[in-house]
Design a protein around this ligand. Structure first.
Ligand code: GLU
Length: 387
């Protein structure tokens, strides 16, 4: 695994990326491990984990900084508490299982990495920790300090406190969000399938897609949730959502088959898997905004406004046709076009009630409705991401 960096110390032009082995040109990488790989019948696959730790150590020797996002708490805890359905029968079961299993999971990582004199650092996060800008920056600072100090952060969702409505639920998207927070160049999702196939891999003639330039609706249609072992909760759809978050943030993402020992070394040697190329490099703040996952409302706009947004304009009240949801000023809202198509998302300058009051009005007519001078926009272009 050879590290190649460009003149600025970052990877070379992403368009030259041909396949998985170019992942090694990253500088900081997030490696996500699903429950199905780590746990079989409630017990950890320790030999496999040792071989993975060896791979991670080899990458570190090449100069890469590593962050691990590891599932497995629920599966490990469920076995210890003898809970049915792998601890996923109810939210309460999953929370109890996670709380028991996380202790074991942290120990497994501390031991596996410790064999190579690497220090594991546990970080448990909820979606709120990454959706709120201030908390996101805190998490980002912690990751930075841990890496600087030479530790390997081992991240998981804080399942024992996260509730259903506000959970990531899968660690694929969590890995993409952590990559953003850590300013990583690449995310590697270790899966129990070879990558993305053009149709269900069980179907005859299914072909592995080696390289994706943009998670388009056609690409999303290929995901048939075929990676469902029943133990984890990711599946191909969650992986594509993760790829979407990553590509917008300028982060490369790859899905490789992790079922064999030394999974990373094997995938690199065999050059197998699916790689998603980064599409754009939003500013750090816009990347954070684009990756946020829990809009509190929907603003629909007319065709004229859609065209203006495409030209990079702010969203003005005059183009607003409908407001859904109850939210306060500063909330994250989805932006939809006249046919309900998603245009992007942004931080709204008014509460839902105020948005309804000024809907369709030009600047001059807004003051009478609001009782104060209107703001420059309903969603300012600096607080908006498209797509
Ligand atoms: N965070 C969960 C766990 O540790 C797993 C989520 C997932 O399946 O991706 O068990």
């Amino acid at each position: 695994m050879k590290v190649r960096t460009g003149a600025n110390g970052h990877r070379s032009d992403p368009m030259t990326v041909s396949a998985i082995k170019d992942l090694a040109s990253a500088r900081r990488i997030v490696v996500k491990i699903g429950s199905a790989l780590l746990v079989t019948d409630g017990a950890a696959n320790e030999a496999w984990l040792r071989s993975l730790a060896q791979d991670l150590w080899a990458l570190r020797e090449e100069g890469l900084e590593i962050i691990v996002v590891s599932s497995g708490a629920i599966a490990l805890g469920a076995a210890r508490l003898s809970l049915s359905k792998g601890g996923r029968a109810s939210l309460a079961d999953a929370q109890a299982a996670a709380s028991v299993g996380q202790v074991a999971l942290a120990q497994l990582w501390a031991d596996a990495l410790g064999q190579h004199d690497l220090t594991a650092a546990q970080m448990l996060v909820t979606i709120g920790d990454l959706e709120d800008r201030r908390r996101y920056l805190n998490a980002s600072a912690t990751l930075e300090r841990l890496l600087e100090a030479g530790a390997v952060p081992v991240v998981n969702e804080n399942d024992s406190v996260a509730t259903e409505e506000i959970r990531f639920g899968d660690n694929d998207r969590l890995a993409a969000r952590i990559a953003q927070a850590a300013n990583a160049d690449a995310v590697l999702l270790l899966s129990d399938v070879d990558g993305l196939f053009d149709r269900s891999p069980d179907e005859e003639g299914a072909a592995l897609i080696k390289r994706v330039e943009g998670v388009t609706p056609e690409i999303i249609a290929m995901a048939s949730d075929h990676s469902s072992s029943g133990i984890g909760s990711g599946g191909m759809k969650a992986k594509l959502q993760a790829a979407r978050i990553a590509e917008r943030a300028g982060i490369m993402l790859a899905i490789i088959n992790g079922t064999h020992e030394s999974p990373i070394a094997n995938a690199v040697a065999a050059d197998s898997g699916t790689i998603f190329l980064p599409r754009r490099h939003d500013s750090a703040r816009k990347a954070w905004l684009g990756g946020r996952m829990a809009p509190e409302g929907v603003l629909s706009v007319d065709a004229g406004c859609v065209a203006a947004l495409e030209d990079g304009a702010s969203l003005l009240a005059a183009g607003l046709t409908e407001v859904e949801g109850e939210f306060q000023r500063g909330a994250l809202v989805s932006l939809h076009g006249p046919k309900g198509e998603r245009l992007g998302q942004g931080l709204v300058e008014y509460s839902a009630d105020e948005c309804r009051a000024i809907l369709g009005l030009r600047d001059t007519d807004q003051e009478a409705q609001l009782g104060y001078a209107p703001r420059a926009a309903v969603v300012h272009r600096d607080h908006m991401v498209r797509g």
